[in-house]
Design a protein around this ligand. Structure first.
Ligand code: PEP
Ligand code: MN
Length: 392
């Protein structure tokens, strides 16, 4: 549904268009993963965040993997996010809306289309929805059958999440980057009140695909789900205002979330103008801070990593900007797992550069482990508590 014919950045080169069309057709005939009224309810919850009455916590793997869909790993992410939400909620004295990067986060934008090792060049890994991580021609060739597998593992993930949610009598929402448009379009359904992407409650458009004249922004402009857009350090106020006009023409609180990912060095310089001008336009967006993606670097060992101190510094900058403008620091977006991985540096149980090889399992970007995630939650509890006091 909703194919605009506009150029779409970051799409795989599928070798077999007929197989791709067949895979998309099979998904279009399959049951939806979520219901339109659930998406509406999340939009209501996010409207409360936009009004400054609640907070949003979004987290999960950079890239989910098919093999990572185990009872232990899914439960670990669910528990970590809920425990973080409880800690933050207690400090802020506000409800927290909990949104997993789960049950569909299977496609990745990449900085280069090819990867070269020992003189061999192969298509880059674009997430389990597209190809495999192994550096072999077979596994790296985009395979349309993976769309169906991504749908099925997302369904089993959601099944477990719904059981855990029911047991705890809580609410938990799912999200992913709407990147490979064949997948997201195939799971989009028309309803009397408009089209919904029923592969997740919320989908976002990434920093690399947010072109105003591109297919991704066009797609999310035409679905009724709450949607989000990542804003990197080169975003201008005019870019942000144009996105508001395209994605939230009715100025509906909860419809649009901006996820800033500026880097600790840029957030205090770039974010103020964006927040000031968007606020002045009358839009009530949710402002969320992704303190991960602007703070990535390669360690001497070659591992892609992030320092907990930089992550915290960007979060502090985000709070300073909102405190100065009198706006609401609505939430935090983090890449994390419930496992004791060693992918990000620092934390109370410190991960050092020498520890990185011990348990580095991410299929893409480095994630906070369980202990670092809880460290972040305690810091956020304090930051929100101070922020509330300063506004009384
Ligand atoms: C991500 O969230 O994994 C991602 C690719 O982020 P960004 O679009 O901000 O680079
Ligand atoms: Mn990432």
């Amino acid at each position: 549904m909703l194919d605009s014919g506009l150029p779409a950045a970051q799409q795989p080169s599928w070798p077999d268009p007929a197989a791709l069309a067949a895979a998309a057709g099979a998904l279009a005939a399959s049951p939806a993963l979520v219901l339109p009224e659930e998406c509406d309810r999340l939009r209501d919850r996010l409207a409360a965040v936009a009004r400054g009455e609640s907070l949003l916590l979004q987290g999960g793997d950079c890239a989910e993997t098919f093999d990572g869909v185990t009872q232990e790993q899914v439960t670990g992410k669910f528990r970590t996010l809920n425990q973080m939400a409880a800690v933050i909620s207690e400090g802020a004295v506000m409800p927290v809306v909990t949104l997993g990067r789960m049950a569909g986060q299977y496609a990745k934008p990449r900085s280069s289309p090819m990867e070269t090792r020992d003189d061999q060049s192969l298509p880059v890994y674009r997430g389990d929805l597209v190809n495999g991580q192994d550096f072999h021609t077979d596994s790296r060739t985009p395979d349309a059958a993976r769309l169906g597998r991504a749908y099925r593992v997302s369904a089993t993930t959601l099944n477990l999440l719904r059981a855990l949610t029911a047991r705890q009598n809580t609410e938990f929402w799912t999200s992913h980057e709407a990147l490979v448009l064949e997948y997201d379009r195939a799971l989009t359904r028309g309803t009397p009140s408009g089209a919904y992407n029923l592969s997740a409650h919320l989908v976002w458009v990434g920093e690399r695909t947010r072109q105003l004249d591109g297919a991704h922004i066009d797609f999310v402009s035409r679905i009724r789900n709450p949607v989000a857009v990542k804003l990197g350090p080169t975003t201008t106020p005019d870019d942000a205002l144009a996105l508001v006009d395209r994605l939230d023409p009715d100025r509906e609180p909860g419809r649009l979330t901006f996820i800033s990912r500026m880097g600790a060095g840029a957030v205090r310089d770039v974010l103020p103008d964006l927040v000031a001008k968007v606020t002045a336009s009358g839009a009530q967006v949710v402002w969320m801070c992704d303190p991960m993606h602007g703070n990535t670097f390669s360690a001497a060992s070659g591992h892609k990593t992030r320092r907990f101190a930089d992550i915290l510094d960007e979060v502090r900058g985000f709070f300073e900007v909102h405190a100065a403008l009198g706006t609401h620091p609505g939430g935090i977006h983090a890449e994390l797992t419930g496992e004791h991985v060693t992918e990000c540096l620092g934390g109370t149980y410190e991960v050092t550069p020498a520890d990185l090889p011990i348990r580095y399992e991410s299929a893409c970007d480095p994630r906070l482990n369980r202990s670092q995630s809880l460290d972040l939650a305690w810091e956020l509890a304090d930051l929100y508590a101070k922020h509330q006091l300063s506004r009384r």
